[in-house]
Design a binder for this molecule. Structure first.
Ligand code: SF4
Length: 330
């Protein structure tokens, strides 16, 4: 098995070849900026690339055929890491974390170690008894659920995620509401994440949240706490789709032209570390996707002696333009 499986080469060089883009490092210099760390408070744990869906915007090219999933041994190493270096937020993502057999072991281990434990879900990876037992675990640990839900228009959402995806997602959101998630006064937080369905930047988070809240309540009686909108990063399957549909150059031009110097300060990579399914550290999930570690060698969580201090450099590539477009990817 290769270290990052079937990942495509990324836009580190591809963007420049395709669209004569000013290197991301150069635009920072031109604006008198540097992208360096602040105090690290969040650990993102990528449990692997196995997923039941094959979404076209996925920068990791996750899908049903992927074999990379986190072992119990790696989970134990991450729990030990999080005990040695307390984080305010731990964010479990994938792929579809629900498909990783030892996920309950990871949740049980991490929940006491951070005030906020988040679990990403595509709302369709598990069903029946498996879903109910995971839900009970999440309720017991007050895990924050972060569900991907691209659009309140079923035909748009199904185009991104596959036929029938919206119907399944709505049924699961209703079940989560019944369990108290997203319902005021329960303390069980249910957040949604929406990525644009097409080759465009997201609309403002505020207006999207208003629309989603209105539509979900009116059409399906579903409630949630917060909506986050993110630009799609032109890596992996999204890059392949952009190229196949002739949208690649236009999309790259769009994110480059939308470069917002004031987004740098709030970028998530300033305060977050990302750990891969096999236990190695990266500056963010996009660096993880292209296998770009910080420094000349990968560092395993078991070998970490100190967290990167404020001012430490962050590994960047031209894909960073997707994070600094408009209001930024925070
Ligand atoms: S891709 Fe985004 S999060 Fe990652 S290093 Fe670049 S700006 Fe930071």
């Amino acid at each position: 098995m290769s270290e990052i499986g079937e990942i495509s080469p990324g836009i580190g060089t591809g963007v420049r070849e395709a669209a004569e883009v000013e290197p991301f490092a150069d635009i920072l210099v031109r604006h008198g900026l540097s992208l360096v760390r602040d105090r690290v408070h969040t650990l993102q744990v990528n449990t692997g690339y196995l997923c039941n869906l094959r979404c076209r915007h996925c920068h990791l090219e996750a899908g049903p055929g992927r074999k990379e999933i986190m072992s119990r041994e790696t989970m134990a190493a991450i729990v030990s890491f999080a005990r040695r270096f307390p984080f305010q937020v731990i964010d479990i993502t994938g792929g579809a974390p629900e498909l990783v057999p030892d996920l309950p072991f990871l949740v049980d281990g991490l929940a006491p170690l951070a005030p906020r434990l988040m679990l990403r879900t595509n709302l369709s990876a598990v069903s029946g008894a498996a879903r109910e037992s995971l839900l009970a675990l999440c309720v017991a640990h007050r895990v924050v659920l972060v569900a991907s839900f691209p659009s309140t228009n079923p035909s748009q959402a199904d185009a991104q995620r596959g036929a029938g995806a919206t119907e399944t997602a709505i049924a699961v959101l209703k079940r989560l509401n019944t369990a108290g998630y997203g319902v005021e006064g329960t303390g069980l937080e249910l957040d949604l994440v929406s990525n644009p369905v097409d080759a465009v930047l997201p609309v403002s988070q505020e207006s999207a949240e208003r629309k989603f809240r209105h539509d979900l309540l009116k059409k399906w009686g579903v409630a949630f706490n917060h909506l986050y909108t993110f630009a799609n990063v032109p890596l992996g399957r999204f890059q392949t789709w952009l190229r196949r549909t002739g949208n690649y150059e236009r999309y790259v031009k769009t994110v480059v032209e939308a470069f917002n110097p004031s987004a740098i300060e709030g970028l998530m990579c300033r305060t977050l570390l990302s750990v891969s399914w096999d236990g190695f550290l990266y500056d963010c999930d996009f660096n993880l996707a292209v296998g770009r570690s910080n420094g000349d060698r990968k560092v395993h969580v078991s070998d970490v002696r100190e967290l990167p201090p404020p001012g430490a450099p962050i590994a960047t590539g031209d894909y960073c333009y997707a994070c600094t477009a408009g209001s930024g990817f925070t």
